[in-house]
Ligand binder design. Structure first.
Ligand SMILES: Cc1ncc(COP(=O)(O)O)c(C=O)c1O
Length: 409
């Protein structure tokens, strides 16, 4: 008799974005003829860079002819893309070997799958609030224990509170944690970590023989000088950290799908001498994954060329311009805002004692604007909403104006 994987049943129901969509639909039914202004989901909206488009078209032409057609590529990713990524890290002064790079169909898959190379008894730590996949993937694979309503979290997970008092950058946990997920620039808070703050985590991990999983999906949004773009800018990180990253927010590949992970050869732990985690991740990818789309990879190579980089950074600049408009507009209306400087997300404190979901409903009712309730990212997200800078400029301006009107501006 087949039985289901009961770990999946432990996943807390009501995933954030479906609930946002449900409430938005219900509002639209109640308000026919009114249009909704979306500052919710972190989905890119602007066209791909011209050099990326022509590289993908060129690849398609090659696939159209029998003489130049290619099928499966290396599971680890095509060599030109891994070389381009190696050069990308080289620009940051970081040396990565080609066999330490694993190309994927996006950072979400890697963030969800990476737990599979660690022992089932591993205790994980996450920032609270956090991008939900770190917690949910560990729940579904049996690392998290039962959900406990009283802590709004899972019993076996170590939550690292990220709040206004610590600038949304926690210190390493005192309790045991074997795998620590960090994300900077952070989704949802928009916070970035300094070199010293990341060094504290690296030193802590080296001392405890723990591993950091560093999600750098928004690294190209960093404009403050001196803020690290990669965990490997910190001495010793190659011995204790895996990095996951993405073309989604840098090159607008949210629909094209392309990402990568770095699992250094030097990474080790008590029962895993150097090379082991790299070998296990390689085995995992070769067994469960057949490589990223070759068209997407051609686009990725172009996105990392000098011309592609210039064009993609223009895209990033456009979204950062939107973030400026949001942050300045909402601060001007008297709202307390965080993030939005080195990040496309502005983290807004709900005013007047509103909870996250109450403020979500309030903004929808009064301003026709959809945001994301902070409580959906963890208990410490309660009392905040996330405002996303992904949108056409004119829509962002209309949404910000609409919120400002609610506050008499
Ligand atoms: C922190 C973070 N990591 C990863 C992802 C997913 O990236 P990808 O589109 O490459 O799967 C997102 C998407 O919003 C994200 O916010």
């Amino acid at each position: 008799m087949a039985s289901c994987n009961e770990d999946f049943l432990r996943l807390a129901s009501g995933y954030l974005f479906p609930e946002v969509a449900r409430r938005t639909r219900a509002w639209q039914e109640r308000n026919p003829g009114k249009s909704v202004l979306r500052l919710g989901i972190g989905n890119t909206t602007e066209a791909l860079a011209p050099s990326v488009v022509s590289a993908m078209k060129e690849k398609l032409d090659l696939l159209s002819s029998r003489d130049t057609y290619t099928g499966y590529g290396d599971e680890q990713g095509d060599l030109p893309l891994r070389k381009a990524l190696q050069r990308h890290y080289g620009r940051l002064g970081i040396s990565i070997a080609l066999d330490e790079i694993f190309v994927s169909d996006g950072a979400k898959s890697d963030a969800a799958n990476i737990q599979s190379i660690f022992s089932r008894s591993s205790r994980i730590a996450v920032q609270d609030p956090a991008y939900p996949v770190y917690v949910d993937s560990n729940v579904a694979s049996g690392h998290a224990g039962d959900y406990d309503e009283s802590i709004m979290g899972y019993r076996s997970i170590a939550y690292m509170p990220s709040d206004a008092a610590n600038g949304f950058v926690p210190v390493p946990p005192e309790e045991r944690a074997d795998i620590v997920y960090l994300c900077f620039p952070n989704n949802p808070t928009g916070a970035v970590a300094t070199k010293e703050q990341l060094k504290a985590f690296v030193d802590w991990a080296l001392e405890r023989r723990s591993v950091i999983v560093f999600d750098a999906a928004y690294s190209d949004y960093i404009r403050t000088p001196g803020i690290p773009r990669s965990i490997y800018e910190i001495d010793g990180a190659e011995r204790c950290a895996i990095e996951i990253s993405s073309f989604s927010k840098y090159a607008g590949f949210t629909g094209v799908r392309l990402g990568w992970s770095i699992v250094p050869m030097a990474l080790e732990s008590d029962n895993a001498p150097t090379g082991t985690f790299n070998r296990l991740w390689n085995r995992r990818q070769c067994t469960f994954f057949n490589g990223a789309s070759n068209i997407a990879q051609a686009g990725g190579v172009a996105a990392l060329s000098d011309e592609g980089r210039r064009e993609c950074m223009e895209l990033v600049g456009y979204y950062l311009g939107n973030a400026d408009i949001i942050r300045n507009g909402l601060e001007g209306a008297g709202l307390a805002c965080y993030g939005g400087v080195d990040s496309p997300y502005v983290w807004v404190r709900c005013p007047d004692g509103f909870s996250s979901w109450e403020y979500f409903d309030f903004l929808l009712d009064k301003a026709s604007v959809v945001v994301t309730p902070g409580a959906g990212f963890g208990s410490r997200g309660e009392g905040y909403v996330r405002v996303s800078a992904y949108g056409h400029r004119e829509d962002i301006e209309r949404a910000v104006e609409s919120i400002r009107r609610v506050y008499g501006c």
